[in-house]
Design a protein around this ligand. Structure first.
Ligand code: GAR
Length: 189
């Protein structure tokens, strides 16, 4: 039986790419669609190059009239992966797909989580607070921003010389290493 993944992404989509590449040799796992809220996002180009349907949606379609939810229900995915997706998931999604939505966060939650804490904002705060370590968290999504059960955390050092860019690339390496494996583990359970 084929297992289906839907990815939500808002920007570059380098994590989405890693997931696509990881599962290419596994025909039993398919990335059936990428959902994107940002018409300028590079992930749209990636989807096109990979022949994966990409759905660009508005806030109204996501939050108000539940069109996106209806479309996802039709796709009937085994897992929904938020890979660099920056909008809060509506409660209706969570009750429809309990324990089937996971999120990638670029910090060691509960530190540097919550509203406004995404991407480079997180790394900027980590550097400004002189943290000596940071990392990534992969967790289930529930109604509270960044507060669902944690599946995996991985750490890295923060150096005195780090800039947002150097820290971001170290974090991305950790994400590339762990996110596909965590997805694989969930689907194999
Ligand atoms: C990743 O670092 C991810 O952890 C972060 O956005 C980046 C997306 O990179 N997600 C969040 O901040 C969610 N709160 P990518 O588009 O290259 O995969």
């Amino acid at each position: 039986m084929i297992q289906k993944i839907v990815i939500f992404a808002s920007g570059n989509g380098s994590n989405a790419q890693r997931i696509i590449d990881f599962f290419k040799p596994q025909p039993k796992v398919q990335i059936v669609a990428i959902f994107c809220n940002n018409p300028e996002a590079y992930v749209i180009k990636r989807a096109k190059l990979e022949n994966i349907p990409c759905r660009i949606f508005s806030r109204t379609e996501f939050n108000d009239n539940q069109i996106v939810l209806q479309e996802i229900k039709t796709l009937n995915p085994d897992l929904i992966v938020l890979a660099g997706f920056l909008w809060l998931i509506p409660k209706s999604f969570i009750s429809e797909f309990p324990k089937q939505i996971i999120n990638l966060h670029p910090a060691l939650l509960p530190k540097y989580g919550g509203k406004g804490m995404y991407g480079s904002n997180v790394h900027k705060s980590v550097i400004e607070n002189h943290e000596t370590e940071t990392g990534i968290t992969i967790h289930y999504v529930n109604e509270d921003y960044d507060k669902g059960n944690i599946l995996l955390q991985a750490k890295c050092k923060v150096n005195k010389e780090d800039t947002i860019e150097t820290l971001s690339s170290r974090i991305h390496e950790l994400e590339y290493e762990h996110l596909p494996k965590v997805i694989d583990k969930i689907l194999s359970a």
